[in-house]
Design a protein around this ligand. Structure first.
Ligand SMILES: C[S@@+](CC[C@H](N)C(=O)[O-])C[C@H]1O[C@@H](n2cnc3c(N)ncnc32)[C@H](O)[C@@H]1O
Length: 414
């Protein structure tokens, strides 16, 4: 017989899990997501389950299974590595007519756990009709393909259900299309209109349906301040026309991204708005060149600074004296064109001329380039190498850690 697929609504309902090893560690978080009240019975449990018990999210009884443990359960999971214990748990559940899953023996289970996952407001479950003989990795592989297609928008779940409204301000990450978040990608796939920035992961736009209107905000022909006003106005007017608008930005929308201005503009116009965080280039780009912005014993702090105005400019609010005197990592955005003024200030306020500096241009993209230098020499190195924005400049001893990593990488073959 084919199994009958159901979605169990477990909120506030007791689920008994017997055994606290790898299987329980995988199942329990999903059961918690469904709101189940979990009683875990096991003499020992994996560290992640111990943490959940310590945080009061599950009840853990640190002992072996005893008759009567399944009382009051709506669902029972027998996950020990002892088939006899699992059989006893299953028999008790069967006797009281409670659904049970045996991790060790699909044929002896009253219910099977599908490979499942979520894309937007759809939860997907894939079940082999013969999990006794079938390979569970087969269901998981089908689930992965379907989820990836839903998340990328290659398969649309738009029809026959409520369409999202308003505006989503989405952090697209530093450039590599693989670095957008799952939620960002889902919302992008739902959009009727996409307003995109120059530094957003634009290759994702190729995957959108043909009827999606794409507006290149980088090409709005006004000065910086005016362009922002026109972007805000475009977000509001498209949303008011009933379209779902995705605002795709580079990095994180709230890190030198003017995302909050767009949120405020939407809310002031009464438009519902959501924000999706992104991998900021301030951290993601150094990582793509193996530079850790902190490292134990090397840097206990890092400062992220926008150098869109140079030190000494009356609009600058940066305390260069403090940064020059600190030993923390400095991550400088929009600094390439003003690097001489920056290094001048840092040297003046106490940073050593031989402080290592890394400049990473087009980070995470196929055209990524990195140059390593020192505070004293980086200005001339940038000029010699013709480094152009977008680039991140990292100042501090963490750059030496990157050198150590890349040296070791040369000896490790994939
Ligand atoms: C206006 S800021 C936007 C920052 C963005 N919101 C973020 O969180 O990454 C633009 C600056 O970010 C840096 N940047 C963004 N993407 C980059 C990339 N792929 N490689 C190097 N630097 C990048 C550059 O310094 C660039 O001038």
């Amino acid at each position: 017989m084919d199994p009958y697929l159901l979605g169990l609504r477990l909120e506030g309902r007791r689920v008994v899990v017997v055994g606290g090893g790898a299987v329980a560690s995988r199942r329990i978080p999903a059961l918690l997501d469904a709101g189940a009240e979990i009683l875990l019975v096991s003499p020992k449990v994996a560290a992640s389950l111990e943490d959940l018990a310590a945080a009061g999210r599950i009840r853990w009884e640190a002992r072996g299974y005893q008759p009567g443990d399944c009382a009051g359960a709506w669902l029972v999971c027998a996950c020990t590595d002892d088939p006899q214990v699992n059989a006893a748990v299953a028999a008790a559940a069967e006797a009281q007519r409670t659904w049970y899953v045996r991790a060790d023996d699909a044929g002896a289970s009253a219910a099977w756990t599908p490979a499942s996952g979520r894309a937007g407001d759809v939860r997907l479950g894939v079940l082999s009709v013969d999990p006794e003989r079938g390979d569970p990795r087969h269901s998981a592989a089908i689930r992965d393909v379907l989820l990836a297609d839903l998340q990328s928008g290659r398969v649309s779940a738009r029809h026959g259900r409520r369409h999202p409204a308003g505006v989503a301000i989405i952090g697209g990450g530093p450039g590599d299309p693989g670095l957008i978040t799952v939620r960002g990608r889902q919302l992008l796939a739902e959009a009727d209109v996409v307003l995109t920035d120059r530094l957003a992961p634009r290759s994702l736009l190729d995957e959108l349906r043909d009827d999606v209107e794409i507006i290149d905000a980088g090409k709005i022909p006004y000065g910086r301040a005016m362009a922002q006003e026109h972007i805000n106005a475009a977000l509001v007017s498209h949303a008011r026309a009933g379209r779902f608008v995705a605002r795709l930005k580079g990095g994180d929308p709230f890190v030198f991204g003017r995302g909050a201005e767009e949120v405020l503009a939407c809310l002031r116009a009464g438009i519902p708005v959501t924000v999706v965080p992104g991998v900021t280039s301030a951290v993601g780009v150094p990582a793509s060149a193996w530079v850790p912005v902190t490292h134990r014993g090397v840097a206990q702090e890092f400062h992220v600074v926008s150098v869109h105005v140079a030190p000494g400019d009356e609009r600058s609010t940066v305390n260069w004296e403090l940064l020059g005197g600190s030993s923390g990592t400095l991550v400088l955005l929009m600094a390439v064109e003003r690097i001489g003024a920056v290094t001048g200030e840092l040297l003046r306020y106490g940073r050593s001329p031989d402080t290592p500096v890394s400049v990473i241009a087009d980070g995470t993209l196929p055209t990524q380039r990195t140059i390593n230098s020192t505070l004293e020499q980086v200005e001339s190195r940038i000029a010699e190498e013709g480094i152009r924005p977008p680039a991140i400049v990292v100042v501090g001893n963490v750059v030496s850690v990157a050198a150590e990593i890349t040296e070791l990488m040369r000896h490790v073959t994939a």
